[in-house]
Ligand binder design. Structure first.
Ligand code: CA
Ligand code: CA
Length: 106
């Protein structure tokens, strides 16, 4: 879980450098990055693609898939197997900047 939080944090921090806007705008932009097929939901496959890109060879496909499955289960409040913007933003709200340092567990 910490790994995913860290990755989302990194993306949001990076967005801070490139975009001027409210926290809401940044969250919306981060959501659009994750929603790689642009259908308005972050699916299991969307998340897998993004994580795969971000972690590269640090994790096997199986480890990435497990991480994706766990993350979706934790954040998916209405149990439809994908994350809406509301679920995503709720999930991100509790994250702390400090958690990005858990990247070191790679
Ligand atoms: Ca999608
Ligand atoms: Ca959902």
């Amino acid at each position: 879980m910490l790994i995913l939080n860290s990755i989302i944090n990194l993306i949001i921090l990076n967005l801070n450098n490139y975009f001027i806007g409210s926290q809401e705008d940044k969250m919306r932009t981060a959501f659009q990055i994750y929603d790689s097929n642009n259908d308005g939901f972050i699916s299991n496959g969307d998340l897998f693609n993004i994580l795969k890109m971000l972690v590269g060879d640090n994790l096997t496909d199986i480890q990435i898939q497990q991480l994706v499955d766990r993350s979706i289960i934790m954040a998916d409040k209405d149990l439809d197997g994908k994350l809406s913007y509301e679920e995503f933003s709720e999930f991100c709200k509790d994250m702390k900047i400090d958690e990005m340092f858990s990247m070191k567990i790679f």
